[in-house]
Design a protein around this ligand. Structure first.
Ligand code: NAD
Length: 461
């Protein structure tokens, strides 16, 4: 069958998650004729449908419940009860609104939406069912899916973050395996909803990618919240039993067995490449992820990869947006520099929140920096006392140079990290930040005061 003119595109994007839709929208904005292929019924991918947005909506409900349960601290008498159906309905409303927003943008920018599973063909071209879409450039944006431990499969009681979102009830108890972002957020969420939570992490500390002081502060906060966290632990067995699921693990020289309603496995996410026919066009993999160069071009000409499926350092929605936009602009002939992954902020929405940008203390030392560090407690900050939360801001700076890293645990630090992002990416000197006036009383003063302390002018510490 001859290729129909209507199936002739400048750009075909496979996958309508954050990486794919941002690429499609930007390419269309730059005047390209774009097709966006998606096999789900809805647009949005992991972030909108199974990740960032629904989990943050649930975490907001958890935060409201926590606040209501603590209301007497602020002189308000109230008592909170969870209405799971209503919590789910709120989450769904937020997701539906944002999915409709993306669908509206796709339509408004005249991107052709093609429903189905795509595979690559030489040309490059993209096959979707009977159709062959020819393309000057193809962008692979198929994302990632939760990984399981070897020998485990999803069941009624053994779940990943996907099933956790659709679980019919709030579990009364949970064992969470893995203390990365997913594990920390679900452990926090379940605890807020009243569950007994055990968190099991293989590496020597929870939040193992963060600065050591952040892990320590978070472990302390989780302990106060009644979350049983075990680091440096080896999971030996996960078995569904009549009372629930039994997880056996070894930690601190002891073997422990915990029986809970559910076991949430949060040990990372793997790339989605099956059935894509990458071999048909010479796209190579790198440990399962699509191999790309600094410009996000794969090993096949005119085939690009963005988002979680690409072998780039961070699986984050904001990274996927950035990669999608950069590739659209490169396809349009713009010269776009390689992304500086070291400058990207990381945010985890557990209670207390965690956020960081730049080098940890260990990384700075490893790279040969002579450093100065400062740790400021939120307890000295008026507004933190008003909102009733504590935490820490840690700065890592070169002894004679700029701020290299900002690491925070505490109230609203996932928003505060935006300032830290500017400080580290613009390579500000601690003295320059210390000279800036932060509004009072705000949580942002923690960043200002940490810099004052770093340059030897502490105010409230
Ligand atoms: P992750 O890789 O961040 O964390 C997985 C954790 O599981 C690691 O700490 C690892 O050491 C641990 N682990 C692995 N095998 C184990 C075992 N056998 N026993 C105990 N622990 C084990 O992965 P994730 O938390 O699943 O998240 C997936 C991706 O999604 C990450 O890149 C994450 O940053 C991203 N994400 C981001 C956010 C956010 O930005 N707020 C939220 C959720 C997920």
């Amino acid at each position: 069958m001859a290729v129909r003119m209507s199936d002739d595109y400048d750009v075909v994007v496979i996958g309508a998650g954050t990486g794919g839709y941002s690429c499609a929208l930007r390419a269309a904005q730059l005047g390209k004729r774009v097709a966006l292929v998606e096999r789900d019924e809805r647009l949005g991918g992991t972030c909108l449908l199974r990740g960032c947005i629904p989990t943050k909506a649930l975490l907001q409900s958890a935060a409201v419940l926590d606040t209501v349960n603590r209301s007497s601290e602020w002189g308000v008498t109230a008592s909170g009860a969870l209405d799971w159906e209503a919590v789910k309905a709120f989450e769904q409303r937020v997701v539906d609104k944002l999915v409709a927003g993306v669908a509206g943008l796709v339509k408004a920018r005249k991107v052709d939406l093609v429903q189905g599973s795509a595979s690559l063909a030489p040309g490059p071209a993209v096959r979707v069912g009977e159709r062959t879409l020819s393309a000057a450039d193809v962008v692979i944006a198929t994302g990632s899916a939760p990984k399981l431990l070897p020998g485990l499969s999803v069941g009624e009681r053994v779940i990943t973050s996907d099933q956790a979102l659709w679980y019919p009830t709030v579990p009364a108890s949970a064992v969470v395996i893995g203390a990365g972002a997913v594990g920390l957020e679900f452990a926090s969420l379940y605890r807020s909803f009243g569950a007994e939570v055990t968190l099991v992490e293989a590496l020597p500390r929870i939040a193992p990618l963060e600065d050591e002081d952040v892990s320590r502060e978070l472990a302390r906060a989780f302990r106060r919240r009644g979350i049983q966290a075990h680091a440096d632990a080896r999971v030996q067995a996960v078995d569904e039993v009549p009372e629930g699921v039994r997880v056996v693990f070894e930690a601190g020289g002891e073997t422990r067995a915990v029986t809970a309603d559910v076991c949430l496995v949060a040990v990372g996410r793997g790339p989605v490449t099956e059935g894509l026919g990458l071999e048909n066009v010479g796209v190579e993999l790198d440990r399962g992820f699509v191999k790309v160069d600094g410009q996000l071009l794969t090993t096949a000409p005119h085939v690009w990869a963005v988002g979680d499926v690409a072998a780039t350092p961070l699986q984050l929605a904001h990274v996927a947006f950035t990669e999608g936009i950069a590739v659209a602009e490169r396809i349009a002939g713009w010269s776009v520099p390689d992304i500086d992954y070291a400058g990207i902020p990381r945010v985890t929405y557990c209670t207390p929140e965690v956020a960081s940008v730049g080098l940890t203390e260990a990384q700075a030392v490893e790279r040969g920096h002579e450093i100065r560090t400062e740790k400021l407690s939120f307890q000295g900050i008026g507004k933190a006392n008003i909102v009733g939360e504590s935490g820490v801001v840690k700065l890592v700076a070169d002894r004679n140079g700029p701020v290299l890293g900002v690491h925070m645990v505490g109230p609203h630090v996932t928003d505060l990290v935006a300032e830290a992002m500017l400080i580290t990416n613009w390579e500000a000197l601690p003295e320059e930040v210390a000279a800036l006036i932060h509004p009072h009383p705000t949580l942002s003063e923690a960043i200002g005061e940490a810099h004052l302390a770093l340059v030897g002018k502490p105010l409230h510490t």
